[in-house]
Design a protein. Structure first.
Length: 192
């Protein structure tokens, strides 16, 4: 018997086959990712490959919100957390520099107010810290942390308008910290 019909492949050919298989997997994964990117570019209005005939479909929950796991979503959540921190800082300034209101002179809806400060005084103090006082003040009123008369307060015109702190500073700190934490946790994991 001169030849053995049962041949065992050498280690070299096994490694070549394994390399070929992993290379095929890498190429396949790259092609899948490239196709997903091409599809995304067709529906992105700001790309050069935008398909005008494509009609996106969104549920009510998805409409107007960033793609889950996108950088846009994470930047928005971080901005929300920063706004909560600024709301807390504003309320702490009102608590620190404000005076206790005379409860007997307040209407019933303001009986729970803990501190009061005039807008002019608050503007003078807060502009050293931030130039966004009016926007943050509107946000704190939206969440019932502060109260003031009128739609928007303007420097000089509304300097005498009282700004009321509507909750204790401990409750406000807790509320703002929880809201900031929820914003940071709301970010979806990055899609594959």
């Amino acid at each position: 018997m001169s030849g053995n019909f049962l041949t065992i492949p050498s280690d070299d050919s096994i490694q070549r086959r394994a390399r070929s298989s992993s290379l095929t997997d890498l190429i396949s994964a790259f092609d899948t990712k490239a196709q997903a990117h091409t599809d995304l570019q067709k529906i992105t209005a700001f790309s050069g490959s935008f398909d005008k005939n494509h009609k996106p479909t969104f549920s009510k929950d998805e409409y107007g919100k960033p793609i889950p796991g996108s950088k846009t979503e994470s930047r928005g959540a971080e901005a929300q957390a920063r706004v909560c921190t600024e709301m807390k800082e504003l309320c702490e300034i009102i608590n620190q520099y404000g005076k206790s209101p005379c409860k007997g002179l307040l209407p019933p809806e303001l009986q729970c107010a803990t501190k009061v400060i005039s807008f002019g005084e608050l503007f003078t103090i807060y502009t050293v810290i931030s130039d966004k006082l009016v926007g943050i003040l509107l946000r704190t009123r939206k969440y019932h942390l502060t109260y003031f008369e009128g739609e928007v307060l303007f420097q000089k015109r509304d300097d005498d308008v009282p700004v009321f702190l509507m909750q204790s500073i401990a409750d406000i700190r807790s509320y703002c910290d929880n809201k900031a934490l929820q914003a940071r946790r709301s970010v979806s994991p990055m899609p594959n």
